[in-house]
Design a protein around this ligand. Sequence first.
Ligand SMILES: C[S@@+](CC[C@H](N)C(=O)[O-])C[C@H]1O[C@@H](n2cnc3c(N)ncnc32)[C@H](O)[C@@H]1O
Length: 374
Amino acid sequence: MKEQIDITIKPTMACNMKCKHCFNGDAFVQTEKLNLQTAYLFMEKACQEYKKVKVTFHGGEPTLAGIDFYNNFYTKQRELQQKFGTQINNQIVTNGLLLTNEFIDLLNEHNVLINLSFDGPYNYLLRQQTQKVQEIVFKVRNKGGRFKCFCTLSKSSATHLLDIYNWFKYNHISFKTLPIEKRGYAKNNVDIIMSPEELAENFEQVYRIWLTDKEFDISYSTFEEFANLRRDLQHRKFWFERKIAMNPDGRMYTFGRPNDIHYCIGSPVEVDSLNDCFETEDYKKFLSSLEQMRNNRCPSCESSTVCGGVNINIAYLYVNEPELVDYSCRQSNMLFQRILNVNDEVINDFKSGIYDKYNDYIKEKYAPYKGGSN
Ligand SMILES: C[S@@+](CC[C@H](N)C(=O)[O-])C[C@H]1O[C@@H](n2cnc3c(N)ncnc32)[C@H](O)[C@@H]1O
């Protein structure tokens, strides 16, 4: 048995919200719907071969598949879990519009992490039906299941990052922030895109506040990731051969973002095992394209050690236009450097025994640097 695989399932690429920034743009056929039996087969193959399986429903808007799709899928998943002893971690990424009480209860019953796209006090800038979705956000929170918000940052909202931070803090909702990247519809909507400099500036200001905010009792995963950045460590592992996505056409692709549509690696009906997908010509072509990108651009980048080329490869999963990939790289580089400088200050404080002012997350993460007396 292999250790772990992450599978992304996109039951439909249709959506019931027209977000101004959507990275999918018009890249997909909206009418195609994933056949439930094909999704089962994908799940079955994953459980047969791997000890741990992480399952993420994404899209399009995944809840458009309807509550029965999920009820049937998770019931079948439970049988597979018992048969193979698989450890399963379920997630969904949704705009929340269709989350009725019954739907939320079903997701909670299966311990699904609900990632709800909602941008706090600036939600109306990019999305529709803010009032309705906000009520659903509070309903999901109050039901007490696994839950966090995906908060997208635009040019206008990024300058109010502190308001956003406080909104999530006072409403006790864990979140992460996704800065809008020039992809899909966002590519032609330049007024919603901030410059890398602006973004880095806003992030740094609020990150400094969070570091010493002792009343912050939720998780802001973006800042937790920042806090883990070190100059001599690659910040994120590569996912190669650990991640596969299924599109509504019932075929498997390399990752689960728009640009991987060029790398079809089979269908669960055709392959004997998911491992076969990683042996296909398209998978090899995918790996060599990613390697080429890293070889061409990373050596001259000052963030090459901390990034390790992961960010340029992630950018390529969304777009294959060199100018847009370069833009993402510039943004990541600027952010890495700003945050690494702050983290150096924190390390120095800990070495000098000045750590009482920091929040509990930081105190625990930086404990190994402790020196002096507090
Ligand atoms: C593409 S949506 C798909 C799932 C679902 N329909 C939803 O709204 O959550 C997933 C997340 O990606 C974010 N997103 C879309 N386009 C983006 C872009 N160009 N840059 C950054 N985040 C983006 C959305 O705001 C949303 O939180």
